[in-house]
Write a protein that binds this ligand. Structure first.
Ligand code: PLP
Length: 449
């Protein structure tokens, strides 16, 4: 028999865990997850949990989809690895790129592959720079992002990220990045300021920043349609309508980081469609393979693609690409994933079931420990507050972690982000399962109160 307590404590002798306090883990041990089924995972004692975060916002089709397993197995047997470097290609990379182009908004013309969201956003930066060099604007290099935006952990993508714990003691961010105000009305709006007025102010602040930095030095603005890992922050009304014309005025690229919001999560195929704007390029990952294999992609429009391609003609080679970018097994899983989303109308399902999801969150907003409920499609959060209204700003109570632990004990895995509890369940969740997910939340809030 496996000695469970032994494997839980052995773990920290060999692993340094992301996003964890290593000293606390050494003392308390880790939770071992052993298998998955539908929207649930099971720990090493066999206890089931509703995975209300779809793992890390990625397992849109749950944890044991037979069709995805079959797609991976078939590809593994046929061609387990090949690359797309130096004039070689393979059918799965091509077929998936064609599917991505057909589904993505904005007439995307070319697709580049990587393995992670961080690499996708790193690639975005390099593309913006390369494009600006190619079109004779070499001074246009600086980047804009938002506080609480999450764009990854490589040196460049962590610099775009607007969260202190991704910077602290890593000597980041790089000084090429300027972080703008978080578009969070509940926290950041002035007294009496409507969402529309707040959005107009954010657009003014964006323009002021651009002018202060010099528009001729700014390459791109990166934004998630809905901020995910920064606490599920839904943009205020009119936000992208106000921001897009400012970017266009100063010839600044809008990069949509759709690593979470891509492929149905907000009830449309892409989050940018839910919020009515068309970006210059899109980063996608996570739900591209429903989390069954690592794969990310960047899609770019024709104007950028042709400028880059013409430059490679001049200098001889495009010096960018990853060994595992466009991995055949990941691409085969991606193709089958997108086929399932289309066949089962997953964006439509999300739109329908998210009404129930939103109703539960809105009901919980009345709990004395909840300051604000937020939701967009099947992404949501409860922001905790000691008295139901005070905004904790930079003095988090860290009650989020306590409530999340109470919920885990009651069979639901969610994510505490500071004082916000985030929920992002598999997109296949049914209305009855949404009810099951939220059943123990009130109890968990009361226990932590
Ligand atoms: N961008 C967004 C919006 C994300 O949510 C994440 C991860 O959560 C990333 C980028 C980074 O992706 P990865 O962890 O695959 O590098």
């Amino acid at each position: 028999m496996t000695d469970l307590s032994n494997s839980r404590t052995r773990d920290t002798d060999s692993l340094l865990h992301p996003y964890a306090n290593a000293m606390a883990l050494k003392e308390n041990g880790v939770q071992m997850i052993s298998r998955g089924e539908g929207i649930r995972v099971f720990d090493d004692t066999g206890k089931p949990y509703i995975e209300a975060m779809a793992g890390l916002w990625c397992c849109g089709l749950g944890f044991n989809n037979a069709e995805l397993i079959e797609a991976a197995n078939e590809q593994m047997a046929k061609l387990p690895y090949y690359h797309i470097f130096s004039g070689r290609s393979h059918e799965t990379a091509l077929e998936l790129a064609e599917k991505i182009k057909a589904l993505a908004p904005g007439n995307m013309a070319r697709v580049l592959y990587q393995s992670s969201g961080s690499e996708a956003n790193d690639t975005q930066i390099k593309l913006a720079w390369y494009y600006n060099n190619a079109r004779g604007k070499p001074q246009k290099k600086k980047l804009l992002s938002r506080m609480k935006g999450y764009h990854g952990v490589t040196i460049a993508s962590a610099s775009l990220t607007g969260l202190p714990y991704n910077h602290r003691d890593f000597d980041l961010p790089l000084d090429i990045v300027t972080h703008l105000r978080t578009p969070h009305h509940w926290r950041e709006a002035e007294a009496g300021e409507s969402e529309l007025e707040f959005s107009a102010r954010l657009a003014r602040e964006l323009e002021e920043t651009i002018l202060a930095e010099d528009p001729e030095t700014i390459a791109a603005f990166i934004a998630e349609p809905v901020i995910g890992a920064g606490g599920v922050i839904v943009p205020p009304e009119g936000y992208f309508e106000a921001v897009m014309p400012v970017l266009e005025k100063y010839d600044i690229l809008m990069i949509a980081d759709e690593v979470i919001t891509g492929f149905g999560r907000t009830g449309e195929w892409f989050g940018s469609q839910s919020f009515g704007y068309v970006p210059n390029s899109i980063s996608m990952a996570k739900q591209l393979t429903a989390g069954f294999a690592p794969l990310s992609a960047v899609a770019i429009r024709e104007d950028m693609a042709s400028a880059i391609e013409e430059n490679t003609g001049k200098i001889g080679s495009f010096g960018h690409g990853f060994t595992y970018g466009g991995h055949p097994v990941s691409c085969a899983v991606g193709i089958r994933t997108l086929e399932i989303y289309e066949r089962d109308d997953i964006p439509g399902h999300v739109k329908r079931v998210s009404k129930r999801f939103a109703a539960h969150l809105d009901r919980l907003a009345d709990h004395p420990l909840v300051g604000q409920a937020r939701h967009a499609g099947l992404m949501g959060a409860l922001e905790l507050s000691p008295d139901g209204s005070t905004r904790m700003f930079d003095r988090p109570m860290l009650t989020g972690a306590k409530v999340a632990a109470e919920l885990t004990a009651r069979g639901v895995i969610c994510r505490a982000i500071g004082d916000s509890l985030a929920f992002c369940p598999p997109m296949i969740i049914t209305e009855a399962e949404v009810d099951e997910l939220f059943d123990p939340v009130e109890d968990a809030l009361n226990a932590a109160h």
